[in-house]
Design a protein around this ligand. Structure first.
Ligand code: AHG
Ligand code: MN
Ligand code: MN
Ligand code: MN
Length: 335
């Protein structure tokens, strides 16, 4: 499957016959995400040099201050995805409602909907810490030729046909799955191509890193508090190392490579958790499961949750399988 020096473009074409739907449209869709990510990468990299850092002066529907780069990345992904006659709808963290796209032949034959977090970890931009992009792709459930509806977006994570993220880090990587494992590609900025650098990525079954915003500790459910204490105990292979960047994409990426657990539990401030089910948790859960990891809300598999709202939030526990199962055990015991 993987060859030396294989580019993302070559990989997508070579593997498209393995996709569930072989029309080539999904390949074109992934190609357009690849392109938009390159454009956003260019802007993120020069963020300190031009007037692109800081607040855009608006808030999004979830009450967060939008950063200029949130708005820029949102516009770039929407522009790129809209032009290509593949996608019939887009939902984004930065848009109140989903965007319906009319295909150029006016028949609305476009099959796919995309849900996106255009810039993840955007509060880190001003201090030069890694940020990311997260995307999730579904086939629409309503008939071709009709306007796209909310129902097309409110699908369970288990129906995703592809998901991925871009991490704009020390190097820029695009990591994605179409349900046949997870592969990671690193951008060579001089050439502008992504090369397959991390074939068949896998979470180690166990790990020794835990990632959680412990500032919220006093508000966490008892099960999570006890699990955190367990992580800190001097016993067996513990204490674990604490690592928390505050960018889901970067925290997840590190944990997948090294072995670890990421948690964003509910708290008094965020009674349903903070992370968004549709464009943060579901795509990361799909990648995690495809990489032999696990994702849960503490009790239920993330990808089995039936969404009811575009921007709904959910508690998120994700990472190495044995670690997530241990955290779930603590949650169950405190119910
Ligand atoms: P976004 O920047 O897309 O709004 O996402 C922010 C999320 C996620 O990236 C991160 O893991 C989490 O918020 C951090 O939250 P805290 O600052 O509350 O720890
Ligand atoms: Mn945000
Ligand atoms: Mn995010
Ligand atoms: Mn975001």
């Amino acid at each position: 499957m993987s060859k030396p020096n294989q580019t993302l473009g070559e990989f997508i074409i070579e593997n498209q016959t393995a996709f569930k739907y072989t029309s080539g449209e999904l390949s074109r869709l992934l190609n357009s995400i690849r392109l938009a990510a390159k454009v956003v990468n260019h802007e993120v990299n020069k963020a300190g040099l031009v007037d692109i850092i800081g607040n855009a002066g608006d808030t999004n529907i979830q009450g967060e201050d939008q950063q200029k780069l949130d708005v820029y990345a949102n516009d770039k992904f929407i522009q790129t995805l809209t032009k290509r006659n593949i996608v019939c709808g887009i939902a984004s963290e930065e848009e109140d409602d989903f965007i319906a796209i009319n295909s150029q032949d006016e028949n609305n034959q476009n099959k796919y909907v995309v849900l996106i977090d255009p810039l993840d970890g955007s509060s880190n931009i001003d201090v030069n810490v890694s940020v990311g992009t997260i995307f999730s792709i579904y086939r629409r459930v309503t008939p071709l030729g009709t306007p796209v509806t909310l129902e097309d977006f409110l699908q369970k994570g288990s129906a995703q046909v592809a998901a991925g993220y871009v991490v704009y880090g020390t190097s820029t990587m695009l990591v994605y799955t179409t349900g046949y494992g997870v592969n990671g590609f690193t951008l060579n900025p001089a050439i502008g191509s992504y090369y397959l650098s991390h074939p068949n990525m896998q979470f180690p079954e166990d790990g020794n890193i835990y990632s959680v915003n412990e500032g919220n500790y006093s508000d966490f459910p008892v099960g999570i508090k006890k699990y955190i204490k367990y992580c800190q105990q001097d016993e067996d292979e513990r204490p674990y190392t604490s690592r928390y960047i505050g960018s889901l994409v970067s925290d997840f990426h590190r944990n997948m490579i090294k072995g670890g657990i990421y948690m964003y539990p509910k708290s008094t401030k965020n009674p349903k958790g903070k992370l968004r089910l549709l464009y943060e948790c579901n795509p990361m859960a799909f990648i995690a499961e495809q990489a032999n990891g696990k994702a849960s809300d503490g009790f239920t598999r993330i990808m089995d949750i039936q969404p009811t709202e575009l921007h709904e939030r959910v508690p998120f526990i994700c990472g190495s399988k044995n670690m997530v199962e241990k955290a779930e055990e603590f949650m169950r015991n405190e119910q």
